[in-house]
Design a protein around this ligand. Structure first.
Ligand code: NAD
Ligand code: SER
Length: 315
């Protein structure tokens, strides 16, 4: 793993994961790619490639031009946006992923990483401590694409030996780049509204309990799985990882400890129905035993850190 191409590098996770890659592996070894130009100059010192993940030849040219041996593909349409445009979600999440896998096989890449999501679960999955191996009947096109993505990664690993890896991320909370159209976005928006307006109207209901993770843990988990010894991995692209679980009401109550006049009300929309069948918590024992996963950030310390960062940004 010496030269990494990060596709979808300008999004919520990519903008921080790529920075972590730069610090760990050297920016000369990281090629940044996205369908959009880097107009915010997030990575002025990296080689940048404007690539649509559904364009196989563009990815192949980048692999050859930069002697890429690892691809991390973060390009995707998330759950809420995917319900508004399911065909687009299928095209980017599946055809993009297939391009990356096929080119990975053709060019004998060292490894390929594509995230999955808690959205793979559905009404027939257990709600608490959801096992890694269980019934997967998602109720969104996004979830369908994530199940298919996991299965494709597993299939090509068994047939071709391609080293496909991925984590079922929970909702990711961060303060560098805003989330891009997911059901868990409320858990980021709430901080900005609390700081700016002392009030938040939540699109989920007060009791929607979901697994969440703060970005520093997300980065640590991703790098740990990326660097893990393949011989110790019993799975490919479907590792459950847990960190914290809370409802909007619980999160609002912790924020109130720092902003006592903060108020929240609820106007649940279609995203409430998406969240209804996602787990409240996951069993991540496979990640813990295979590659040493251990979360560090709890709800309390995450809220304190988020408020500090968002207050600084909003000054
Ligand atoms: P995001 O929407 O913030 O970022 C996605 C990036 O991909 C954007 O920069 C976008 O411009 C780019 N992109 C979109 N279409 C593209 C295309 N056709 N070609 C190339 N680039 C394209 O998403 P994210 O939150 O950073 O998610 C990254 C990955 O993690 C996705 O696979 C997502 O499903 C998964 N995930 C995220 C979360 C979360 O809470 N953020 C949770 C579970 C799983
Ligand atoms: N955060 C993501 C979403 O809400 C979960 O995959 O879509």
């Amino acid at each position: 793993m010496q030269k990494i191409l990060v596709i979808g590098a300008l999004g919520q996770i990519g903008s921080e994961l790529t920075a972590a890659f730069n610090a760990r592996y050297g920016k000369e070894n990281i090629v940044v790619a996205d369908i959009h130009e880097d107009t915010n100059h997030l990575f002025p010192d990296n080689v940048f490639e404007k690539i649509d993940v559904t364009d196989s030849s563009a990815i192949e040219q980048a692999i050859e031009r930069h002697r890429i041996d690892t691809i991390v593909n973060l390009a995707a349409i998330l759950s809420a946006s995917g319900e508004k445009n399911p065909d687009l979600a299928w095209n980017i999440n599946i055809n993009g992923l297939l391009n990356v896998i096929r080119l990975g096989v053709k060019h004998r890449l060292d490894r390929v990483m594509v995230p999955s999501s808690i959205a793979v679960f559905g009404p027939q999955s257990v709600l608490y401590d959801t096992p890694q191996e269980t019934v997967l009947t998602p109720n969104t096109m996004y979830g369908v694409t994530k199940v298919v993505g996991e299965l494709l990664g597993d299939y090509y690993f068994k047939k071709t030996g391609i080293d496909f890896r991925g984590i079922r991320y929970p909702g990711i909370i961060s303060n560098k780049t805003m989330p891009g159209g997911g059901t868990t976005d409320y858990a980021v928006e709430i901080f900005y509204e609390a700081v700016k307006n002392r009030h938040y109207t939540c699109f989920l209901s007060s009791e929607s309990c979901l697994p969440m993770m703060y970005m520093p843990d997300c980065i640590r988990a991703t790098i740990a799985l990326l660097e893990a010894d393949r011989r110790l991995l019993r799975h490919c692209g479907n590792y459950n990882v847990g960190a914290m679980s809370f409802t909007p009401e619980i999160l609002a109550n912790v924020i109130k400890k720092y902003i006592p006049d903060f108020t929240i009300d609820y106007k649940p929309d279609f995203r409430r129905e998406i969240a209804r069948y996602w787990p409240a918590s996951v069993d991540d024992s496979a990640a813990r035993s295979d590659w040493g996963w251990q979360p560090e950030w709890t709800l309390e310390i995450m809220v304190a850190d988020m408020l500090q960062a968002v207050q600084k940004k909003c000054r």
